[in-house]
Design a protein around this ligand. Sequence first.
Ligand SMILES: Nc1ncnc2c1ncn2[C@@H]1O[C@H](COP(=O)(O)OP(=O)(O)O)[C@@H](O)[C@H]1O
Ligand SMILES: O=C(O)[C@@H](O)C(=O)COP(=O)(O)O
Length: 427
Amino acid sequence: MTILLGSIADDYTGASDLANTLTKNGLATVQTVGIPDPSLALPDVDAVVVSLKIRSVPADEAVVAAGQAERWLRDHGAGHVLYKICSTFDSTDAGNIGPVTEALSTAAGGGVVLVTPAFPETGRTVYLGHLFVGTEPLNESPLKDHPLNPMHDANLVRVMARQSRGRIGLVDLATVSAGAPAVRARLDKLRAEGVTAAIADAIFERDLEILGEAALETPVSTAASGLGLGLARALVRSGRVPPKATAAADAIRPVGGHAAIIAGSCSRATLRQLAVAEQSMPVLRLDPEKLLTAAPDEISAALSWAGERMDAGPIIIAASATPEAVSRLQSRYGREISGRAIEAATSAIAAELVARGVRRLVVAGGETSGAVVDQLGIPAFLIGPEIAPGVPVLRTIGNPQGDMLLALKSGNFGGEDFFAAALSVMH
Ligand SMILES: Nc1ncnc2c1ncn2[C@@H]1O[C@H](COP(=O)(O)OP(=O)(O)O)[C@@H](O)[C@H]1O
Ligand SMILES: O=C(O)[C@@H](O)C(=O)COP(=O)(O)O
């Protein structure tokens, strides 16, 4: 297999979001969970997105994992490697967006790395280095209350500088609007000034097309799905993408079995989606404190509840809680400990539901999805049709439990009827 574009995603929902964008923009794409085992039969694709679960781990761990994935992607032909981060730049000051970007750039021979979380289709825009989520600056958006990576600064040049050894520059909107040659000239100037990475403004898709064209001439970029759109379109325009039969129809073939939804995201969007779904589906609200203090009991109670309802239709099990409840729990038990314990419990519940016949599974939350997919041991996914911007249907490849359909929903994504919409295309 020789690929044109490689990506390392810092979480699994983000990986499926990017794989969806690449597929929609003309690249046959597969999502792998970690570096694929050589025995795994992958289809012939233009792009591979290696999903890692490194968004919230110590930066040095993330650097090692991303470096191994980069080598695999380069060995399989990738001329450009995109480090897929969150469109809301989720990371703390000790986060790894800076360190991983620097390590990938060094491995590829240096230069200025273009960095942009812009993803206009989901309302993420960047102006003068400041990230907006819809109409709100990042630090006033719901991301200020994220359970693991609360975001308190919308100025990404500053955020990235706090995580980086090198200097961080800006490619402003006026330069982007002037076209790819102007962006290249700006990167050359920044490089001469000793800058190692630059936040790029982008508001419209055409900005991302320009940035994609400029980035494709460099070995590494760091971005959300928006730049994926630009890179994919630039590759297609270059005539280097061989024609292929579309795999979307194959990816959506029915799998039968029971259907379940597991939610660990505490985002405003997920809380609303749960409230809406509660009107038409059985929803079990887990007791988050019990998941920390008496997990086996709470898990087996949840499984009995599910067992009584699964034959009749889809069920939802959620740990999700309001920002106030999350912060109460965290102040008692610690942020990291609460998050990891709840992930362990939700993934244990998901695995047991699959053992009892669930074959269609929707997971809400990036960290939660990572924990669930790891627990199930799924090695890779084909990309099916889009349910909502950034969320495709996924079909397992090489799954020990047999073929399953999944949707890994980023906490912030999807309309208020997302859960019903997802199940309506997963049969
Ligand atoms: N009630 C709760 N209290 C505290 N933390 C929670 C609660 N419910 C879920 N969590 C944790 O919050 C984190 C949510 O992150 P994630 O799954 O990535 O969602 P999102 O996609 O919204 O960022 C996970 O670590 C999850 O275990
Ligand atoms: O870029 C995005 O916003 C998503 O692809 C993503 O990574 C979201 O992260 P989670 O909300 O943690 O799933």
